[in-house]
Design a protein around this ligand. Structure first.
Ligand SMILES: [Zn+2]
Length: 134
């Protein structure tokens, strides 16, 4: 279980820029790195093209997994956006969580984008502290 994940502020801005550009549709991607520190954000197309759901394009997801492997990084997290909230993982997100990684939600609350992380296990979500550093 990961209880803390570190991201550079440039990763945070990269994610917000991307999700803003795709809102009101949900967007998604992968966070790769080492030792609970994100080193690379990989965007994957949301095949569902929906404002309330995401399904990673399987081919792009595979390509991103290959990139992570060949750069000797680990898959640390999966992020997706909730352009209309909530800030937390939804019951669907919990039910569909397929990897033991941090599930990061980029949500828009009162016009402001926020990132929160969750660890999903046994049908429950536990908050993961996201450290954003310069
Ligand atoms: Zn969701």
């Amino acid at each position: 279980m990961i209880l803390e994940l570190t991201l550079a502020s440039e990763h945070f801005h990269e994610i917000v820029y991307h999700v803003k550009a795709h809102a009101p549709l949900e967007s998604c991607g992968l966070l790769a790195g080492k030792n609970n520190r994100v080193e690379k954000v990989l965007f994957v197309q949301n095949q569902a093209q929906s404002p309330v759901r995401f399904v990673m394009d399987p081919q792009e997801q595979l390509k991103a997994f290959d990139w992570i492997d060949s750069n000797e990084l680990d898959l640390l997290g999966i992020f997706h956006s909730h352009p209309a909230g909530p800030e937390t993982v939804s019951p669907t997100d919990i039910a569909e969580a397929a990897y033991d990684v941090v599930h990061v939600i980029c949500s828009r609350i009162d016009g402001q984008w926020n990132l929160r992380g969750f660890w999903i296990e046994d049908g429950k979500a536990k908050e993961v502290t996201l450290q954003i550093v310069d």
